[in-house]
Design a protein around this ligand. Sequence first.
Ligand SMILES: NC(=O)c1ccc[n+]([C@@H]2O[C@H](COP(=O)([O-])OP(=O)(O)OC[C@H]3O[C@@H](n4cnc5c(N)ncnc54)[C@H](O)[C@@H]3O)[C@@H](O)[C@H]2O)c1
Length: 431
Amino acid sequence: MAQSKPVTAVIVGGGHRAIIYGDYSLKHPDELQIVGIADPMEERREMARKRYGFPAENCFATAQELAQHPKFADAVINGTMDHQHYETSVPLLERGYDMLLEKPFAVSEEEMRGLIRTVKANRSKVMVCHVLRYTPFYREIKRRILSGELGDIINLQMAEQVSYHHLSTSYVRGKWANSDHCKTSMLLAKSCHDIDIMTWLMGGVKPRTVSSFGSIYQFKPENAPKEAGTRCLVDCPLVDTCRYSAKKLYFEHPNRWECYVWSELEHLENATDEDRWNSLLHSPYGRCMYKSDNNVVDHQSVLVNFENGATGTFNLVGGSARSARTIHIIGTKGELEGVFEDETITVRKIDADADSGYSSETVDLSAVGEEGHGGGDDELTADFVRFIATGEQSISCTAIENSVAGHLTVFNADKSMAEGGAPVACDFSAY
Ligand SMILES: NC(=O)c1ccc[n+]([C@@H]2O[C@H](COP(=O)([O-])OP(=O)(O)OC[C@H]3O[C@@H](n4cnc5c(N)ncnc54)[C@H](O)[C@@H]3O)[C@@H](O)[C@H]2O)c1
């Protein structure tokens, strides 16, 4: 169905993520228009107002304040932090807005149930930002499964390796390092995407039981070199030799994870080396990697038993040299494997006539991908606009009700890990 006028949206939480989705409107003004913002930070409100050209009266300090005003747009792009998704979404859904909502859409099962109840009561269209579903790599895998060429899935083996500098930035020194503050586990914050992919690829087959093990293996005080200080640039004699030194990771690579590491400098037009050095003297990113306040695991293994007897495994491992996502699916007629970062998949089909016993095809997807999660960010925004304008759901569409199985699997994996790996049953009766 063609779109007769642009979908209008208000940004709620004008940080790093929401602006990425909002910028779709600059490339496709006939499809999406950003008409307002709610964010407590004045500089972010002002930046958005200038960027998208809406009037000052459409700026609000919080989601809650926006919800008290009459509805003036079709939808909201909610890019607040994980633990704020529930409290910011509910009043806006009740006000009648549809929503593009960042993942994880809830940080507990209780919040997930409450949000789904609100969505149903208000007949809201809510899409969750599971951007990986929109990448050429995972979309091609989904197409292959839907085509039937692999037969029925017997087993999925998935893994995510999180590089040492990503682990440092997000899960040891950064915003998702301590679950008492951020309210998320590493599995929920990082790999709800991967578990979502697993449940999505299984189609309507639900997870039945989940078990999981994990721990902090590497970055804890007892593993620190004995000379180590507490802050790399302040009191550590290993500042030039430690491979995790903030000087090496960030000061000498200022573009690495810049939106997180230098976020306190974003009000400066052009930050200098001196500004960056001074920031690392006191910011969380200048702490010793072994002596931070991190309490989330750095590795976790998840085993999923599906209701039809198929199984899936997922290994999350932080601290690797390179970031990579791998997948190997074995079906009754064939198998498929690939590495997301390599942008190729190999499909092998059972062929009893061939000497090798199978046929093999390698597909190069590199020409299809673009910037931002392998092209996923823009594709997701385009699909959200279509979903709001026409109600149509694509094969990737992450309507919130299609994201419950993945989130529930994550919550149960964390529950199992806390209980030493005991199997936890998935109860869908509340959804
Ligand atoms: N889909 C993905 O691949 C992906 C990648 C990274 C992060 N994320 C998720 O995106 C979300 C946002 O992350 P980010 O790094 O952009 O965060 P951010 O901190 O840059 O932005 C959050 C914004 O919310 C604002 N805010 C706080 N309270 C508010 C309120 N009551 N009402 C309105 N605004 C409020 C803050 O001032 C801030 O500007 C997180 O949930 C994160 O897990 C998703």
